[in-house]
Ligand binder design. Structure first.
Ligand code: GRF
Length: 205
């Protein structure tokens, strides 16, 4: 295996997917290949971004029955080695996580363990940070397990909260200064581990 085949799950604007594709194009994802985007609903900007970025894209509506089974089938069909949740709003079940043999990583727009877990997503995360009055927030990339935002932390980056920040302004700063840098870097770290593990097991055969 020269590169780890990556699937990216998306639910919205796809700016984190864009960051991954841009990093790829800058040569900053040498151990990963973006093989598939799975959108959990039609008509989202992430689908267009995938097309513009020449990444195969499947739309599997999360609201329809059999969502996880269909996603697992797509991951098998595309021979995916690792999954990146990039603005994905679903919570994957324990069964799904146990059924997929490779690593799954997620970007969360706060410094876990702050402002994370059930119900903390998108603007709500930033509003909670503003309401609490913290002076620093940021983003975290972590492994996914069955606990929402509960897996081992891979990378974090802090971002200052400034006087007068609104949730929208803060979200944008966290995306620009943290998310869009961390996710590609974490994807490359995990992809390199996947490739190394594959090489080690091949050497044993
Ligand atoms: C962002 O707030 C991101 O932190 C969260 O989902 C939101 C949209 O992400 N994970 P994207 O633009 O769809 O990548």
């Amino acid at each position: 295996m020269l590169t780890a085949r990556i699937a990216v799950l998306v639910s919205g604007g796809g700016t984190n997917l864009q960051a991954l594709m841009d990093a790829r194009d800058r040569g900053e994802l040498p151990h990963g290949s973006l093989a598939l985007v799975i959108a959990d609903k039609p008509g989202i900007r992430a689908i267009e971004r995938a097309r513009e970025g020449d990444v195969a894209c499947a739309v599997i509506p999360r609201k329809e029955p059999g969502f996880e089974e269909k996603v697992l089938a797509a991951l098998r069909n595309y021979k995916i080695d690792m999954v990146v949740l990039a603005g994905f709003l679903g919570i994957l079940s324990r069964e799904f996580i146990q059924a997929f043999p490779g690593p799954i990583i997620n970007i969360h727009p706060s410094l876990i363990p702050a402002f994370c877990g059930k119900g903390f997503y998108g603007l709500k995360v930033h509003q909670a940070a503003l309401d609490y009055g913290v002076k620093v927030t940021g983003a975290t990339v972590h492994y996914v397990n069955e606990v929402p935002d509960g897996g081992k932390i891979i990378l974090q980056r802090a971002v200052d909260i400034l006087p007068g920040d609104t949730a929208e302004v803060l979200q944008r700063r966290v995306m620009e200064q943290a998310e869009w840098k961390l996710l590609p870097a974490a994807a490359e770290l995990v992809a390199a581990d996947v490739v190394a593990a594959e090489a080690a097991s091949a050497a044993k055969e």
